[in-house]
Design a protein around this ligand. Structure first.
Ligand code: ADP
Ligand code: MG
Length: 718
């Protein structure tokens, strides 16, 4: 019997059972061995009947003196009653609706029973106790359902913990000696881990709760360790590559910073410094610049790009959508206007190519720039010949025909939208030198997750907002105030401002499961559509209402966003698809329907769509069911304006699964759970780092290497 053997080998069973196992993802003996209990019943208190007390949970080792099943008259229920005895006395046991028991348990049998002693009409008795036969082959010490800590498994229909215990007992006995430890001995010692065979025994049938904890710790450690190894391996591979050496030009940077219409925040300065230091090293850097919406990431990226360009290198700046690319093009061009940088713009959709030439009129203090439309062929040729310094665009930057002459820096906005392969394509421009890589995200991710999801990247954090921003007024709204709020919105729009209305993706449905299974785009569309109809026909017939949802084509979506940006739409009704980085300074109201359905971090993202100018902005959270817990959770939004704190709260309340990106990774459940534990993440990361530094190819650890390969395949990392 081996770990990879099919489960049938140990439990030849009905088709029905097989199907159930399959449904749970259990196919092999190994699968079932690693199906862990979620808690333990403590039946270890083995006592004599005379010691038994009311309401006590205990195990009793007894003889069945009498057992029979009868049917109750009133409720038509099967009642199995037994009289149990030991040297010190007797006690009654009662089971409900298990008539087959009299076939299994006979008068004269020796059993161990476990359960709670309750008091009924006829005195105290054991209610529905668990039982287990004792025999010469099965002495008390070997029991698995009673007289010990008994594992309770997350049960699914038809698979009982009792059944699982029996199977696992069988498997453990046979396979124990085949389980090879794959963790390096020094790590086992250093972190005081149980060995694999010990841990697997103790997680199913622990001697004590502390042993069970230790076993769980070992498996959490092991899973995170593999995860970190997989990620760091990638990282170290890159460290062996050659990157562009871009010296820091301090004068240039000073000049640039002086030219800005604002002062950089300390956080921006620090992040820029970290990136500039990266560029100086001859290995390709990989850095993630994390900063809340509006924290000013673009200008930090521009500092890096300027430094690279002046050193003779090119920079690529990729955005996830056309509209964001245009926004960046405009912003970057205006920042760099005094520096005569040749900036290109390339997107696929419109097939429109703009190249910007800038002239500098210092005396007037004005900057005039010239936007030239040139043909695609010309733009590509210029890019190839290093006549374009910064090329800004969408995914179209990674087409095969786009070749850079001397690409030194790749900047990617909202990187989670780009797959690993896309990133690789952008980086492999020049066979010998791999460009530096800077990725930016406004999605706040708690540190444990960031270290993992983006574990192959160094982190820079902009945790401070530019000064002088007006605080967004956030508040909860109940349905009684709806009319009042609509009046308020009309008033703001008459004053020339704009509003967002966000609807939850999933429509309220009676059948929860159905909704979850078919998170149908239709219900999503309907929720927004209904709201759109209502607002445009009933509430605001005099205003211009637009609609946005995930079922719309990219073209349509961009058209609507552009119209909103150009103030052709007053109120935009949307699902959560609205762009993360989109900048519409004139929008001052964010109204969120059914806010309890969104994660805190996501609600915070919505809030970040407004408050982008010196106008006072408002964020209004509507809730359908302001229960206490919902309120407690949402209150965090009123208490803090910090995306990272909210993300941390989300992690605690909703778990790591609520973070986009993580789900697709297929991280094993145990590792997922452990991601909440910062100290464990750090420990495993250090352990992985030290090991890979010593032995990058794991040559001396063949078992670990094999295990890692399996892990990578499971996680689709390769
Ligand atoms: P994000 O981090 O969300 O991408 P942006 O880079 O788009 O933010 O910056 C948001 C706005 O704030 C832009 O208009 C930008 O010019 C401006 N900005 C950036 N840094 C500062 C600063 N230190 N002080 C004032 N405004 C700033
Ligand atoms: Mg941005």
């Amino acid at each position: 019997m081996f770990l990879k053997s099919p489960i049938e080998q140990v439990c030849p069973s009905s088709q029905k059972l097989q199907n159930r196992l399959k449904k749970m993802g259990i196919k092999t003996i190994g699968d079932i061995l690693f199906y862990f209990p979620h808690r333990y019943d403590d039946f270890s208190n083995l006592i004599a009947i005379s010691q038994a007390k009311l309401n006590q949970v205990c195990s009793l080792q007894v003889k069945i003196l009498e057992i029979k099943t009868r049917r109750t008259l009133k409720k038509k229920m099967f009642l199995t009653e037994a009289l149990l005895g030991d040297e010190t006395g007797t006690i009654k046991a009662v089971w409900f609706n298990q008539p087959y028991l009299t076939k299994v348990l006979k008068t004269g049998d020796f059993i161990c029973t476990a359960g709670k002693i309750v008091f009924g009409q006829t005195g105290s008795y054991l209610s529905n106790p668990i039982y287990e036969k004792i025999s010469v082959e099965k002495p008390v010490l070997d029991l698995i359902h009673t007289a010990r800590l008994v594992p309770v498994y997350p049960e699914t229909e038809g698979l009982s913990s009792r059944w699982l215990r029996l199977i696992l007992e069988k498997i453990l006995e046979k396979i124990k000696n085949q389980l090879n430890e794959f963790l390096p001995l020094e790590i086992i010692k250093k972190y005081q881990l149980l060995s694999l065979p010990e841990a697997i025994q103790q997680i199913h049938f622990p001697h004590s709760l502390s042993q069970a904890e230790k076993a769980k710790f070992r498996f959490s450690f092991e899973q995170l360790f593999l995860l970190e190894l997989a990620i760091l391996k990638e990282r170290l591979k890159l460290n062996k590559e050659k990157g562009p050496l871009i010296p820091l030009n301090l004068d240039l940077i000073r000049k640039f910073v002086k030219s800005l219409p604002f002062l950089l925040t300390d956080a921006q300065k620090k992040a820029a410094w970290q990136i500039l230091k990266d560029l100086e090293k001859p290995i390709p850097c990989s850095r993630l610049l994390q900063g809340d919406v509006g924290s000013g990431k673009t200008v930090v990226a521009v500092i890096a790009a300027l430094n690279a360009v002046r050193a003779g290198w090119q920079a690529a700046f990729m955005s996830p959508t056309e509209i964001l690319a245009k926004q960046h093009f405009k912003e970057v061009s205006s920042f760099l206007a005094p520096f005569k940088i040749r900036i290109g713009f390339l997107t696929s959709k419109e097939d429109k190519i703009i190249s910007q030439k800038l002239t500098h009129q210092k005396e007037a203090g004005k900057i005039s720039s010239e936007i030239l439309e040139i043909s695609r062929v010309k733009l590509l040729a210029k890019t190839r010949n290093n006549e374009i310094d910064i090329l800004i665009g969408t995914h179209s930057l990674i087409q095969d025909k786009v070749k850079f002459g001397k690409l030194g820096l790749c900047i990617v906005d909202e990187q989670h939208r780009f797959g690993v392969e896309q990133r690789a394509k952008l980086l492999i421009q020049n066979s010998k030198i791999i460009p530096h890589f800077l990725s930016m995200t406004a999605t706040p991710i708690p540190r444990t997750l960031a270290l993992t999801i983006y574990g192959n990247l160094d982190l820079s954090l902009i945790d401070e907002m530019p000064k002088g921003r007006k605080k967004i007024i956030s508040r909860f709204v109940n349905h009684k105030e709806r009319q009042e709020i609509y009046n308020f919105i009309r008033q703001r729009i008459k004053a020339g401002e704009q509003a967002f209305v966000i609807c939850p993706r999933i429509e309220t449905a009676n059948n929860k499961e159905e909704t979850e299974n078919k998170i149908s785009s239709w219900s999503e569309v309907r929720a927004v559509k209904a709201e759109y109809e209502k607002l445009s026909k009933e509430i605001f017939p005099d205003l211009r209402i637009g609609m946005l949802h995930g079922k719309m084509k990219v073209n349509e979506k961009e058209k609507i966003m552009t119209a909103f940006k150009n103030k052709k739409i007053d109120i935009l009704v949307s699902t959560s698809v609205i762009e993360v980085g989109i900048d519409i300074p004139n929008a001052t109201i964010m109204m969120i329907e059914g806010s309890e359905r969104f994660g805190l971090a996501q609600l915070h993202q919505f809030r970040g769509r407004v408050g982008r100018s010196d106008l006072q902005s408002y964020c209004l959270f509507f809730t359908d069911s302001p229960t206490k817990t919902v309120r407690a959770r949402l209150n965090a939004l009123l208490e803090t304006n910090c995306g990272f704190q909210l993300a941390q709260k989300d992690l605690e309340i909703r778990g790591p699964g609520s973070f986009t990106g993580l789900k697709q990774w297929g991280i094993p459940d145990l590792a997922m759970e452990s991601l909440k534990n910062l100290s464990l993440v750090e420990k495993t990361r250090n352990a992985a780092f030290q090991l890979l530094n010593k032995d990058p190819d794991l040559k001396n650890y063949p078992e670990l290497k094999k295990k890692l390969q399996e892990f990578e395949i499971k996680m689709h990392l390769e």
